[in-house]
Design a protein around this ligand. Structure first.
Ligand code: ARG
Length: 418
C-alpha cells in the first residue's frame, strides 16, 4: 500500500519498489504510533477531529502500540514504509475514520519526529550503558589503588603510576561522552510535528501542544528546517562515534594487557573466545571487534555528513538513508558497551612491577627539590642512565654510595636499591 495513489495511472514498477522501499524504519513503529497518538490529541484540541473520532483513532493506535510491544505487528511487504503500515493497520482496526489521521501532517514531519523520539530514548540507554562500564572500571580501580604500573608515552615505559589512575583515564573520557550525549539531547528535544511537508498547513494546528504531549521542551521555529535538518541526528552519531573511538582505546589496552609479553590481565572464559586451530588460544575478541566497529562508526558518521552536503531544502528522499547510518552505529555501541562491561568485570588484573627505569624523572626531581635547575638535573640523571645501560645494569641496581658520588645533592636515602 502507498499513501499517494490518486494522481498515478499505474502502480509502482517492481524495480522502483525494490530500490526505494527501506525496512530500516520498522524499528520506528513504537515511536511512530506515539507520535500519531499525540497528533490525534492535537487535532481534537483544535476541533479538526470530534472527541469521538479522536477516541476511536486513539483506541486503534493504542492497540497497534500493544502489537508493537508484543512483537506481533504484521508487516506487509506492500507497505511503503512504517508510516504507511501504521495507517493501513489503523484502517483495518477502526475503518474509514483512519483516513483522518494524516490531517495536517506529512511523512516529512512525521519521520523527523520519529527519529528525534527514537534517539532521545536511545541516548538514555547509551548513557546508562556508559555508566555501567564506568562503574565496572571504577570497581577495578578501587581494587588497584596500590598496584604500581608504568605509565606509557610512545608505548615506552615512562613513570610509575597506580593502575587505578590508568583505568580512570578511561573513566574520564567516558564521562565526557556521557556529557556529550546529554548535550546532544538538547538539540533533539525539539518537536518538528506541525511543520507538515515543510510549508506548514492552513489548518489551525497546535504544535506547541503536541510538543508538550510528547514531552519535548520546544517545537520548531522554522517549518522548512523542521523537516530537513538532520544535524541533531548527526550530532548524536558523532557522540556515538566519539564514544566508540574512546572504547577502541580502552579495547587496545585490553588487547595489549592480555598478551604474554605484557601479562597484565587475564580475562574470564565467558568473555574471551577460542581458536579453531590452536588449542591454547584465548582471544580478546570483544576488544578487537570494538576497535573494528569503531572503524565502521567513523564510516557511518562520514556517510551521514556526506548525505546532507549540498542537499537542497527541504525534505529529499536521500534523507531516508540517515536511519541506516544511525541505527547501525547505535546498535553496535549498545552491544559493545555491554560486552566490554562484562569483560572488565570478569578481568583479573595482575601487572608486573614497573621497571626501575621509570623512576628516572623522580630522581631528577629530587635534585630539583634541592635547588638544581631541572635542565641540569635531567643531564645528571641522563648521564647516569647512559652509563648503566653500557654496563648492562638498571637504575634499581645503583648503590647508595654510587648515587652520592654521582652528584653532591644526592643522599644515600635516595637510592632505589633496597
Ligand atoms: N521513508 C521516508 C524517510 O525515511 C519517509 C518520508 C517520506 N516522505 C516522502 N515525501 N516520500 O525519510
Amino acid at each position: 500500500m502507498t499513501l499517494w495513489g490518486g494522481r498515478f495511472s499505474e502502480g509502482p514498477d517492481e524495480a522502483l519498489w525494490n530500490f526505494t522501499v527501506s525496512h530500516a524504519d520498522r524499528r520506528l513503529l513504537a515511536v511512530d504510533v506515539q507520535g500519531s497518538i499525540a497528533h490525534v490529541a492535537g487535532l481534537v484540541k483544535v476541533g479538526l477531529l470530534t472527541a469521538e473520532e479522536g477516541a476511536t483513532l486513539t483506541g486503534g493506535l493504542t492497540e497497534i502500540a500493544g502489537e508493537a510491544a508484543a512483537g506481533s505487528f504484521s508487516w506487509h511487504t506492500s507497505d511503503e514504509d512504517v508510516h504507511t503500515a501504521v495507517e493501513r493497520r489503523l484502517g483495518e482496526l477502526v475503518g474509514e475514520v483512519a483516513g483522518k489521521l494524516h490531517t495536517g501532517r506529512s511523512r516529512n514531519d512525521q519521520v523527523a519526529l520519529d527519529i528525534r523520539l527514537y534517539l532521545k530514548q536511545a541516548a538514555d540507554e547509551r548513557i546508562n550503558g556508559i555508566l555501567g562500564l564506568v562503574a565496572a572500571l571504577e570497581d577495578q580501580a578501587g581494587e588497584h589503588e596500590d598496584t604500581a604500573v608504568p605509565s606509557y608515552t610512545h608505548l615506552q615505559q615512562a613513570q610509575p603510576i597506580s593502575l587505578a589512575t590508568h583505568l580512570r583515564a578511561h573513566v574520564a573520557a567516558l564521562s565526557r561522552d556521557v556529557e556529550r550525549f546529554r548535550d546532544a539531547m538538547k538539540r533533539l528535544d525539539v518537536s518538528p510535528l506541525g511543520a507538515g511537508a515543510g510549508g506548514g498547513s492552513r489548518l489551525p494546528l497546535d504544535p506547541a501542544y503536541t510538543a508538550e504531549v510528547l514531552g519535548f521542551s520546544a517545537f520548531f521555529t522554522n517549518t522548512i528546517d523542521a523537516v530537513s535538518a538532520r544535524d541533531q541526528a548527526t550530532e548524536y552519531l558523532y557522540v556515538a562515534t566519539q564514544t566508540f573511538v574512546d572504547l577502541s582505546r580502552l579495547a587496545e589496552d585490553l588487547v595489549l594487557w592480555a598478551t604474554t609479553e605484557f601479562g597484565w590481565a587475564t580475562f574470564g572464559d565467558a568473555h574471551t573466545t577460542g581458536s579453531s586451530a590452536m588449542p591454547q588460544k584465548k582471544n580478546p575478541d570483544i576488544a578487537e571487534l570494538t576497535r573494528g566497529k569503531a572503524a565502521s562508526a567513523i564510516g557511518d558518521l562520514t556517510g551521514l555528513l556526506a548525505l546532507q552536503k549540498g542537499l537542497p531544502q527541504s525534505y529529499n528522499r536521500d534523507l531516508q538513508q540517515d536511519k541506516e547510518h544511525l541505527f547501525r552505529v547505535d546498535d553496535d555501541l549498545g552491544r559493545a558497551l555491554s560486552a566490554l562491561t562484562g569483560m572488565i568485570r570478569g578481568a583479573d588484573l595482575h601487572p608486573p612491577e614497573p621497571s626501575s627505569w621509570t623512576r628516572a624523572l623522580d630522581l631528577a626531581e629530587v635534585l630539583v627539590e634541592r635547588g638544581l635547575p631541572f635542565r641540569e638535573a635531567h643531564e645528571v640523571v641522563g648521564r647516569l642512565v647512559s652509563r648503566l645501560v653500557s654496563e648492562g645494569r638498571e637504575l634499581g641496581d645503583v648503590t647508595a654510595e654510587e648515587l652520592v658520588s654521582e652528584h653532591s645533592l644526592f643522599t644515600e636515602a635516595d637510592a632505589l636499591h633496597p
